[in-house]
Structure formats: structure tokens, C-alpha cells
Write a protein that binds this ligand. Sequence first.
Ligand SMILES: *Cc1c(COP(=O)(O)O)cnc(C)c1O
Length: 389
Amino acid sequence: MRNISSNFPVDKFKGIQTPFYYYNTDLLKATLSAINTEVSKYDNYHVHYAVKANTNPTILGIIKDAGLGADCVSGGEIEAALKAGFAPEKIVFAGVGKSDWEITLALEAGISCFNVESIPELENINEIAKGMNKIASIALRINPNVDAHTHSYITTGLSENKFGIDISLVDKVLDKLSELKNVKLNGLHFHFGSQITDMDSFRSLAIRVNEIQELFYRRMIIVESINVGGGLGIDYQNPDKNAIPTFHEYFETFRKHLALRPIQQLHFELGRSVVCQCGSLISKVLYVKEGIDKKFVILDAGMTELIRPALYQAYHKIENITADSSKKDIYDVVGPICESSDCFGKAIELPETKRGDIFAIRSAGAYGEIMASQYNCRRLPKSYFSDTI
Ligand SMILES: *Cc1c(COP(=O)(O)O)cnc(C)c1O
């Protein structure tokens, strides 16, 4: 039998109930080491992993061991990060709607910073911190109003988005801050979108951050840390050729264009670029169905395991990893869920496919397993790892 992707332990897959997530931990470690190589060139660059991209405990453990911090957007993520062993001083807490219990949990744990997105949130954190006799370290999330040139559902840095504080309100926020005694301004935070592959977009962000910093200098404020968020994209078309993202160019872009004061630290919050390429969704072909003018491959995985195609019209490379035919055919690859959007790809050229073949849906390590749902009373997918399978 011809195995088109030698990277997959296909024989082992045959004994496992599909669908499941498969993670190549060697690739994850190589990716983390590529990040660390770049970051070690600078003494004031720090990377926090955006936990929301993948919260699998094994994955979190490997990322923690590589020395990254954790960027969390909920109390549950803070709990997951603490459980994985991330030090509280390396955890930051972002998000447009933090509940009181989440703020309390974060203060109790002693996380390093709250990224604050509005005046009422600032007042609430101050109130809760006061009740606990603590001072909360905060960064203001400023909406940079820079277009990330990405899908409208994953752009966050335009004034029409719900995220961040508009720059026109900064004076008001600073006046408010001077009245509040239990919050301390420590940084400025920016995050303008996801799956950004054009370095010019990051350059635009860096230049905008410089302009915004000027406004703070004019009020005699130099914050300790600048956080430029995440968003570095990956190559969904060529997961093998470009298995590790272009970290060198990414960090270089900020080094070249972002003006830091000597005492300032620069923080990054990478999610997708850390974990995306190491994960695949493995699924079995239930049926090959002949339509009137097309053929459908019906998989046992669907939008309940990987929702990105249905939610963002996202592209994932689809491979038949057990095909034994050299003939090709064209298929729509769909899942079993009762929704028309439950489709992984239309008119995909694949080797001739039959019932029982195993498929790999590639680049599924980010926003895959963590977004799985139980719609249709489906079971949540299990996960397996290359070093322990
Ligand atoms: C989602 C998110 C990230 C990570 O984005 P990626 O595109 O996965 O790198 C970073 N920071 C914030 C505030 C986020 O919401």
C-alpha cells in the first residue's frame, strides 16, 4: 500500500477509533525552538502563548517547558495555564468581558497583568482589587485602527470592532486612572487580527504604535511594556514545505520599525503560529456517495471536530493518507453533521477514494480541538501524540 504522507504512523492510526486529533510533538518542539532562537537575539523580547488557540494539557505542558508565558482570555484559561505549570508572573489576562469571579481568580493567583479594554472594566478591576487589598497591574488595550487585511471575522483592530479602547478616549482613560488607587498602568496592548502573513501589516502596526506612544510621552508617560499581540499567520496551502512560520521576518519587522525606549519590554502573544502546523484531524471515510454531477466523500469528522471551514470559510489541506490508487478524482469532502455548512472542501482533487480510507485534515492544531462541540450529541474528539502513540 502506498502511503503518501510518510509523516503519519498510518498503521497505528488503523487501530484507533476515528475521528481524533494527532499532534506531531517534534514539530511543536522545533517550532518553539525556532521562536526561542529569534527571541534570544534580543534581551527585551518576551513571548506569551495565546492559550485559546489550543488548550490541550500535553500541548500546554510542552509550551510551558519551552519557557513561554501564557496569554489567557478567561478564568478557565487561567486555571488551565496554572494547572499546566505556567508561573503566575508569566500569565496575562485579556478579553473584552471579564467577569468578577475571573478578575478575583486572577488577582488571587497573582497574574502579571490585566489587558483592559474599557473604562467600566478599569473601575471594576480597581473595585475588586481594593476589596482584596491588592494593586492590579494593567495594560490598556488600545485599538490601533490598522487594517490587518485578513478575514473580517478575525480582524480586531478597526474602530468598528468591539475590542480595545479608541485612541480618542485615551485622555479620558488617563484622567480616570489617576483617580483609581488599586490599579497601576504598566503597559500598552495592541492586537489587530489573526492569520496575518503580510509583514507590511505588522510594519503598519509598529508605526502606529510609535505614534500612539508619542501621545503618552506628551503626558510624561513611558510604560514598562509594549504588547503587540499575536496574529502571525501560517501557510495552510503548504503545511509540509512551510511547517515552521517565518518567525525571523516577524520579529525583525518589529525590531526595524518599532521605537522602544531603553527600559521598555516588548511582548508578543502568538497563538496560531505556535501550534497550527503540528496538528491534524484524522478521520475515516464512511461513504463515497455519487451525486448527480459530483461525488461526495463523507467523513466521520465534521464541523463538530473542526469548525473553521464552516465558521470562517477557512481552507485546510485535505489528504487521503491510505489511498492505494494512482487515479485521481474530484470530490466534495463533507462531514456527517446536519448542516449544509458542514463541508471541509469543495471540488477537491484526491486519489480515488473508497470507504475505510483514512484522511488527514492538515494545519488543524490551532482553533481546532478547542473549538470542538457536542452538537448532534457527538463525542468530543480524543488526542494522540507522535511521541507516545
Ligand atoms: C487570539 C489572540 C491572540 C492570538 O492570536 P493568533 O492569531 O492565534 O496568534 C493574541 N492576543 C489576543 C488578545 C488575542 O485575542
